[in-house]
Write a protein that binds this ligand. Structure first.
Ligand code: ACM
Length: 265
């Protein structure tokens, strides 16, 4: 399976322009699974929930339909970070799009900072989907700080975790995602964005350095911090089914869940 990311700087509020830019890249990209950044059609630095709602789209909707055409032409699957509008709520979502349309949606569970004023927290759990016989899960940006999120996906069989992001804390997400890949023995595709957004007196710079990590924690591909980049590599997803770190240690079989007591804390 060939997996890829596209690192770029969406233009804030320019949904149609961002959508066409994504489509132009996806039309040319040879990969089975392509991961795009968080909120890739809208940008990030919103000032109100009303503003989010103006730019958010239903799923399926115009962007997923446009990218479905790319997926069909390339026989690929695409993970898109999108502001999703559903009834009167907006979610910070990741959508898996295949040649036949939307395969599944994940809604960001752990909202970062002012996102708590802008989005509704995720309510679809941590689903795992099938892409060409490979089990794929999705997380969005700040979810990387919560080991339970990646663990839940891995225990459900995820072999590849797709991670659309708008990381702003330098170096942290690139570090934790390596650890999450290593401790769960999964492939990890971190698709981060670049660029700076400024609204009124606030300014955010996104940290790039998108990466694809192997189940042993090795960085297979890393993008620069500030340049648009496609990263793409052939992987053997079956490597993520082997959870051994020594002949006598299987990271899943060795767990002691009855002693963790996580349900009650
Ligand atoms: C983030 O969760 N976008 C930092």
């Amino acid at each position: 399976m060939r997996i890829a990311f596209y690192q770029f700087a969406p233009e804030l509020g320019a949904v149609e322009k961002n959508r066409e830019r994504l489509a132009a890249v996806l039309e040319e990209l040879e990969a089975d699974l392509v991961v795009l950044p968080e909120l890739a059609t809208t940008g990030y630095l919103f000032t109100s929930a009303e503003e989010v709602s103006r730019y958010a789209e239903p799923v399926p909707g115009p962007t997923t339909e446009r990218l479905q055409a790319c997926a069909r032409r390339r026989n690929a699957h695409i993970v898109l970070g999108i502001a999703e509008r559903a009834d009167d709520r907006c979610y910070n979502s990741a959508v898996l799009i295949g040649p036949e349309g939307v395969v599944g949606t994940y809604r960001k569970m752990h909202l970062f900072y002012e996102e708590k004023r802008l989005f509704h927290p995720g309510d679809l759990g941590f689903p795992v989907f099938d892409v060409q016989g490979v089990k794929v899960g999705m997380l969005v940006c700040f979810d990387h700080f919560f080991p339970e999120a990646a663990r839940t996906l891995a225990l459900r069989g995820a072999q590849v975790i797709c991670h659309p992001s708008n990381l702003i804390l330098p170096g942290l997400g690139q570090l934790t995602t390596r650890v999450r890949a290593l401790e769960n023995r999964v492939f990890w595709v971190l698709a981060n964005r670049i660029g700076t957004e400024t609204r009124d007196s606030r300014s955010l710079t996104f940290t790039g350095r998108s990466q694809i990590v192997a189940p042993d924690g090795t960085i297979l591909i890393e993008a620069p911090p500030d340049q648009e980049r496609v990263g793409s590599i052939e992987i053997d997803p079956s490597q993520a089914c082997d959870k051994r770190v020594t002949p006598l240690n299987d990271l899943f079989a060795d767990r002691r869940p009855t002693w963790y007591g996580l349900a009650s804390v």
